[in-house]
Design a binder for this molecule. Structure first.
Ligand SMILES: [Zn+2]
Length: 526
C-alpha cells in the first residue's frame, strides 16, 4: 500500500474512535517565520497535505491547519540581513521585528508570506493561522496557567525524558520584557495566581541575544508571555485539539522535543498526543543546508526550479523514512522528470498500483481521471531548446507521430521554460550543447575507424527516410565496422557538437539541415 494510504488507514483506525464520530480530524503543522524558509519544511507540508487527501479519499473528514509561528523570538541572524540593523533586535518577537521590506508589516509576515505563497503555488491549501492570534486572543491562557502551575512536574519531565536539569524556582514561561520587548532573556518565578516576577537577564546568550536587566512583575496572560518551545508544542495540541502532527526526525528521537512534549501532553494537559508521523530530511545538494547559510536552498528557490507537479513528486515520491536529496547541480531534475513520465505512462496504461496512488497525489487529483499529455523526455527537450534549428512543436509532433493537442503544447512549453531556466543556472556541463557552425577543433582527434564510420553515416543519411531508419542503420555499423558503440557515437557528437556525448544520434542527425549535415560528415571524415 502506498505510504500515504497506509498511514491514513492507521490514523482512521487509531484516531477516529478518540476523536468521536462526525468530528473532522485535525491535522496540524507549523513553521517559525525566522527568515527565508528552507525547502525541507515543504516536506512536512506535503506529507500532511497527502495524508489529508488520502483521508478525504477514504471518506474521513479532516482539516489541515498550518501555523506561521510569528510569536517566537528572532534568535538567529541570517547572512542576508544587515547585522548592524538586525543584530540588536535578536531576542525580540518575530511579529514585532521590522520587516526587511516595506511590503510587509513585520518580519514574520514578510518571510511567512513568501513561504505561504510557495505552499499554495505547490498546490497545498491548508487553513493558515498565526501563533500571535492564539496568544493575543487569550486562547493560550488556560494552557499557560496549567503549565505554570505544573512547573515542578514539567521540570521532572525534562529531567526524566531529556536529562536536562532546571533550577528549583524555574517557571516554564518567557515573559515579554516590558522595558525592551525581548522575550528570550527573561527568567520568571513566583506565580501568585495572577502575575509572575521576572528578570530580563543582561547576559549575552550564545546566539547573540542580550537582555536589558529590567525586573518586574507582570501577568503572563493575554500575549504578555509565551511558553517555551516544548510545553508550547503540547499546549497548542491541547488548545486546538490536534489529532495528527508529524515532525522531522531530528525532533522525534528518544528524549527529543517530541518525546518531552508528549509527556507534557499526558501529564499536564491530560490528553493523548497527536498521531505522530516522523519523517526524514529533504536535503539540498546532500546537506541539510540551513536557510541562513545555504544559497539556493530556500523553499522559494527550489520550488521555482521545477513545475509544481514535479516538486510534489520530489516531496512525496520517497517513503517518509527515507531522505531525499535535491541536487540542482546534479541529475535530480532530469531524473524527476523521467520518474514522472514513468508514473504517467503507467497510469495512462491503467495500472492500479502504489505508483498510481502517487501519481494522483502528484497530479493533485484524487477524484477525476488525470489526463496525461504527450511528453518529450526532459533531457532530449533540454537538448532541443539549445538547438536554434529545432522547431520544438515540429520535433515533438514527429516523436508523438500525430498532431499535438493544446494540452501537449502546454506541457511542452512548460518543460521548455523550466529546461531553459535550468540550463542557464544549475545544469551540469554534460547537458550543455551548442551546434558548432564550423568543424569543431575536438573533431581533429577522430581515429581512422571513426572517420570510416562517419563516411558510412553520410551514405546512410543520404538515403534515409526516417530518424528510426537512420538509427537502425547507425547501430548496424557497430558490427559492420567492428567499432565500439562509444567510439561510433562520440564520432558523431564530436563532429557536430565538439563533445563526446549527445542526444539520440539518429534523431539528432534527422533534425539537422540535410545539406549542412552531409557537408559536415564529409569534412569530419577527411
Ligand atoms: Zn528587557
Amino acid at each position: 500500500m502506498f505510504w500515504a494510504d497506509r498511514i491514513a488507514q492507521e490514523i482512521k483506525e487509531k484516531v477516529t474512535p478518540r476523536r468521536g464520530a462526525g468530528k473532522p480530524i485535525l491535522i496540524r503543522d507549523e513553521k517559525t517565520a525566522s527568515g527565508r524558509v528552507h525547502v525541507g519544511s515543504m516536506r512536512g507540508v506535503a506529507i500532511h497535505g497527502a495524508l489529508a487527501a488520502a483521508l478525504t479519499d477514504m471518506g474521513v473528514a479532516n482539516e489541515f491547519k498550518y501555523e506561521i509561528n510569528d510569536f517566537d523570538p528572532f534568535d538567529g541572524l541570517p547572512n542576508y540581513l544587515d547585522a548592524s540593523v538586525y543584530g540588536p533586535l535578536l531576542g525580540s518577537q518575530l511579529y514585532k521585528t521590522p520587516s526587511p521590506d516595506p511590503s510587509a508589516p513585520n518580519f514574520a509576515e514578510f518571510y511567512g508570506e513568501e513561504f505561504k505563497k510557495v505552499i499554495t503555488d505547490s498546490g497545498y491549501h491548508p487553513e493558515f493561522y498565526r501563533a500571535s492570534e492564539l496568544y493575543l486572543s487569550g486562547k493560550m491562557d488556560e494552557a499557560i496557567r496549567l503549565v505554570i502551575t505544573h512547573a515542578k512536574r514539567i521540570g521532572e519531565i525534562y529531567k526524566e525524558v531529556s536529562g536536562s536539569q532546571k533550577v528549583s524556582e524555574w517557571l516554564p514561561i518567557n515573559v515579554i520584557c516590558e522595558n525592551c520587548g525581548k522575550v528570550s532573556m527573561t527568567k520568571a518565578s513566583d506565580f501568585d495566581g495572577e502575575t509572575v516576577a521576572y528578570t530580563c537577564v543582561a547576559v549575552k546568550l550564545d546566539w547573540g541575544g542580550i537582555g536589558c536587566g529590567h525586573e518586574g512583575r507582570v501577568s503572563p496572560f493575554g500575549g504578555k508571555a509565551k511558553l517555551p518551545w516544548k510545553p508550547e508544542w503540547a499546549a497548542k495540541w491541547y488548545v486546538l485539539g490536534v489529532d495528527v502532527e508529524g515532525a522531522g526526525k531530528d525532533h522525534s528521537t528518544k528524549g527529543g522535543a517530541r518525546d518531552v512534549a508528549n509527556h507534557i501532553a499526558r501529564d499536564v494537559f491530560g490528553i493523548e498526543p497527536p498521531f505522530d508521523v516522523p519523517y526524514e530530511f529533504f536535503l539540498v545538494g546532500g546537506q541539510k543546508m540551513s536557510s541562513s547559510k545555504g544559497r539556493g536552498s530556500s523553499a522559494r528557490e527550489i520550488a521555482d526550479l521545477v513545475p509544481p507537479k514535479i516538486f510534489r513528486l520530489a516531496l512525496l515520491g520517497k517513503e517518509i523514512n527515507q531522505a531525499f536529496n535535491f541536487d540542482p547541480e546534479g541529475e535530480t531534475i532530469p531524473t524527476l522528470f523521467d520518474q514522472y513520465d514513468k508514473l504517467a505512462d503507467s497510469f495512462a496504461a491503467g495500472v492500479q498500483d502504489d505508483y498510481a496512488r502517487l501519481f494522483r497525489l502528484v497530479e493533485n487529483n484524487m477524484e477525476s481521471e488525470p489526463s496525461v499529455p504527450f511528453r518529450m523526455r526532459f533531457s532530449q527537450l533540454a537538448f532541443a531548446v539549445q538547438m536554434p534549428h529545432i522547431d520544438l512543436y515540429k520535433a515533438a509532433e514527429e516523436l508523438k507521430g500525430s498532431a499535438l493537442t493544446d494540452a501537449d503544447k502546454a506541457e511542452l512549453d512548460e518543460r521548455a521554460r523550466y529546461a531553459k531556466n535550468w540550463l542557464t543556472s544549475y545544469a551540469p556541463e554534460k547537458y550543455r550543447f551548442a551546434l558548432q557552425e564550423t568543424l569543431p577543433e575536438a573533431a581533429s582527434s577522430l581515429s581512422t575507424l571513426q572517420k570510416q564510420a562517419l563516411t558510412r553515416i553520410k551514405e546512410l543519411l543520404e538515403k534515409s527516410t526516417s530518424p528510426e531508419d537512420l538509427h537502425t542503420g547507425i547501430h548496424a555499423l557497430k558490427d559492420e565496422l567492428s567499432i565500439p558503440a562509444g567510439e561510433l557515437f562520440s564520432a558523431i557528437y564530436l563532429a557536430f557538437l565538439g563533445k563526446k556525448e549527445g542526444p539520440k544520434a539518429g534523431w539528432f542527425l534527422a533534425t539537422l539541415d540535410k545539406t549542412f549535415a552531409l557537408t559536415r560528415l564529409e569534412e569530419a571524415a577527411k
